[in-house]
Design a binder for this molecule. Structure first.
Ligand SMILES: Nc1ncnc2c1ncn2[C@@H]1O[C@H](COP(=O)(O)OP(=O)(O)OP(=O)(O)O)[C@@H](O)[C@H]1O
Length: 306
């Protein structure tokens, strides 16, 4: 695990420690209304079913290599959109260009009709796009709960973490942040290990923790980059169930996933990339029958698809 931002010191004492000490029964009682706490609680200016995010002729070049070539598609509020394509097709580059990791060479990304322009990564998080990574990135030395509290902090301009450490007047904010973080751990199914350091959690728990941390920013759009990588089929099914629940709770999800069967089962629509270009877009049944998609995947073993 890498540790973004460098700081990786556990949060000392306070409410985090109190909540981490709770028994399963205490937690269940305390966080009974989990779904309500987890649902996004922020203004989104577009209605359900309307375009939330738009990629407009997005191009990303690395020297002579065109990783994304004038790609346009949109994500509607409330849907799960799958982004698939053979290895090297440009899926992760797409995420990176949307979240400020890479600057597009040309083209635009619009969130709620407003261009993101040159917004930095933290600003894009605040605006409402959260993501997980193909390679898990957590604060290894922090507990699961601390990781999520820090995730929530990324959303706000006033520091909840600062409040946790020093400022008693922020007690109410602190309590809300910790309660919400704990509810999120409950929601993704790993609350029983809230007090454990991220680095000591089983792999599947780390993947779920990444999702909880992304949800803590109350994203308008949640981008998941191969969240089921390394899972067995049963674990994948479970994770897809969680992603559906996340959508049903009011979130919008963009999903990169390698397992074609799962992508077909969980998404509302699919965009297919090949060699940096969009080659198809449609509902899963259309994509399955699309000759260009079939050709792109010919000879690709099932496990490598997406
Ligand atoms: N930082 C970079 N510098 C140079 N080339 C890059 C960089 N990032 C990606 N690429 C190249 O851009 C192309 C698209 O890569 P990308 O990682 O977006 O594909 P992908 O569809 O996510 O593939 P995979 O399924 O293997 O993760 C590839 O040829 C890759 O080698």
């Amino acid at each position: 695990m890498t540790q973004p931002g460098g700081a990786d010191a556990p949060i000392e004492g306070g409410l985090v420690a109190e909540v981490e000490q709770m028994s399963a029964e205490e937690r269940a009682e305390h966080f009974a209304e989990v779904a309500e706490v987890v649902a996004p609680d922020r203004e989104i200016s577009v209605d359900m079913g309307q375009t939330l995010l738009e990629l407009d002729e997005l191009t990303v070049q690395f020297g002579g290599l065109v990783a994304l070539d004038h790609v346009s598609f949109s994500i509607k509020r409330g849907e799960i959109l799958g982004l698939i394509g053979p290895n090297g097709a440009g899926k992760t580059t797409c995420f990176n260009a949307m979240t400020g990791v890479y600057r597009p060479t040309s083209g635009r990304v619009l969130l709620e009709d407003k261009p993101l322009g040159k917004a930095a990564r933290h600003k894009i998080t605040q605006l409402g796009i959260a993501r997980t990574f193909q390679n898990i990135r957590l604060f290894a030395e922090m507990t699961a709960l601390e990781n999520v509290v820090v995730g929530a902090d990324a959303r706000h301009s006033t520091s909840v973490v600062g409040a946790l450490l020093r400022l008693p007047k922020h007690h109410k904010e602190e309590k809300e942040a910790v309660d919400r973080a704990m509810a999120l751990l409950e929601f993704v199914g790993i609350a029983d290990r809230a007090a454990e350091k991220a680095k000591n959690l089983p792999y599947g728990y780390q993947r779920r923790l990444e999702i909880a941390r992304a949800l803590a920013t109350e994203p308008k759009l949640l981008c998941l980059d191969e969240p089921a990588a390394g899972f067995n089929p049963a674990e994948k099914e479970e994770l897809m169930g969680l992603i559906r629940t996340i959508r049903d709770d009011g979130y919008t999800v963009l999903l990169i996933e390698h397992d074609m069967k799962l992508v077909m089962g969980v998404t509302d629509r699919i965009v297919v990339l090949e060699f940096g270009k969009k080659i198809a877009e449609g509902v899963p049944a259309e994509i399955r029958e699309n000759p260009a998609v079939i050709a792109a995947y010919l000879g690709v073993p099932d496990d490598d698809v997406a």
